[in-house]
Design a protein around this ligand. Structure first.
Ligand code: ZN
Length: 99
């Protein structure tokens, strides 16, 4: 039953945290030379990195979602999925605390 032991180090929370960590690292890093990773254009700004909608109390027009990069290295779908799971987890925790 060694397989169970190996798997026990990671629960779903860890995977979500890891995804967040990678995401933060991705936002912090500049585009690398010879960067041939797949890129997903930002849906919010259409890949321009600039937010064109109405913005109050903001000097910069950098897109919030991609932080001005205009693209992601993870797909919108994957990020939505991670976000949903995080929301479910948070709701579950709150439900437990409410008892
Ligand atoms: Zn954007």
């Amino acid at each position: 039953m060694d397989e169970n032991k190996l798997g026990s180090h990671w629960d779903e929370d860890d995977f979500i945290k890891e995804a967040d960590r990678l995401w933060e690292a991705e936002l912090a890093s500049d585009t690398l030379p010879n960067d041939n990773r797949q890129k997903f254009p930002c849906v919010r700004c259409g890949g321009s990195g600039t937010y064109h909608g109405v913005r109050l109390h903001q000097k910069e027009s950098k897109c919030f979602t991609c932080k001005g990069k205009g693209y992601f290295l993870t797909s919108q779908h994957d990020r939505d999925k991670a976000k949903k799971r995080r929301e479910i987890k948070t709701a579950e925790k709150q439900a437990v605390l409410g008892h």
